[in-house]
Design a protein around this ligand. Sequence first.
Ligand code: NAD
Length: 318
Amino acid sequence: MKVLANDGISQSGIDALEKAGAEVITNTVAQEQLANYLNENNFDVILVRSATTVRKDLIDACPGLKIIGRGGVGMDNIDVEYAREKGIHVINTPAASSSSVAELVFAHLFGGVRYLHDSNRNMPLEGDTKFKALKKNYAKGMELRGKTLGIIGFGRIGQEVAKIGLGLGMNVIASDIYVPQATIKVEFYDGQHMNFDIKTESLDSVLKQSDFVTVHVPAQKDYIIGKAQFDMMKDGVGVINAARGGVIDEVELINAMESNKIAFAGLDTFEAEPTPAVQVLMHGRISLTPHIGAATMEAQDRIGTELASQIISILKPA
Ligand SMILES: NC(=O)c1ccc[n+]([C@@H]2O[C@H](COP(=O)([O-])OP(=O)(O)OC[C@H]3O[C@@H](n4cnc5c(N)ncnc54)[C@H](O)[C@@H]3O)[C@@H](O)[C@H]2O)c1
């Protein structure tokens, strides 16, 4: 069994595949040379993340392919239905990075309520000359404990976010068009756990009650948070988007920040990736990360080992 991990794979994933007798190549082959490379070297499996695309033309050109694997969730870069029609297995690792994304949401939230994003910009410039003025600027921080966290999209990541929020003593409410309720198991380091049943509510109800709003829906046709939704929120809320660029209207976000409706925002994903709008990048009250929600060592390890075990179970001799 030959596996090309064109966008890389964790060492733990390579180890698991090699233990099962697979040959794993981690060369990054340019998109236009991919078909030739796969055919000439008789690869059975191609693994990608978001960089490499696997479209109809590549699928048609490589009849030897048995599995297309995506390390992560979204499969927008793969013609999934077409591949499946041709009898190719298409696999991904939807749950492997959920807790990493959820932790990044709280990195933005903790940073936002204490102005860390702005303080980290200004301390290197003025920390030695305007220390007291900066101290005053950042003196009206807030605690997350006891506040209401509104989660829009109560799937894998939304529910991981809920666990952390509950653990912090937040009032966690959620909205989801398909999930009516979920039991959230909050696990502690010593094996104890507590279950919380959360019934989802309408989007409007969540927006009206929340001190912080975090969005965890898949890519949508339209914005899920636009002007009407910002208008519904309480004054001074924090808004996080670590889901997909385009689920929040960034122009309306900036407008809502200018009118102080929104106190701060945390963005890991952007409408115009990989060239986010300058107005977003330069805004002093937006905490910014370059789409790194899943980018932890632990998530990459889980992605690698989950892909390996799926490949092994599909291709193991009957
Ligand atoms: N920042 C990152 O690096 C990163 C990493 C992984 C995933 N993501 C993104 O996070 C998002 C959520 O991922 P997930 O694994 O939790 O997905 P999921 O499918 O488990 O959950 C998404 C939930 O959203 C709900 N939903 C769909 N449309 C909705 C709508 N219009 N209103 C309300 N709810 C709606 C679905 O019913 C589902 O429960 C995806 O957009 C994914 O691409 C981002």
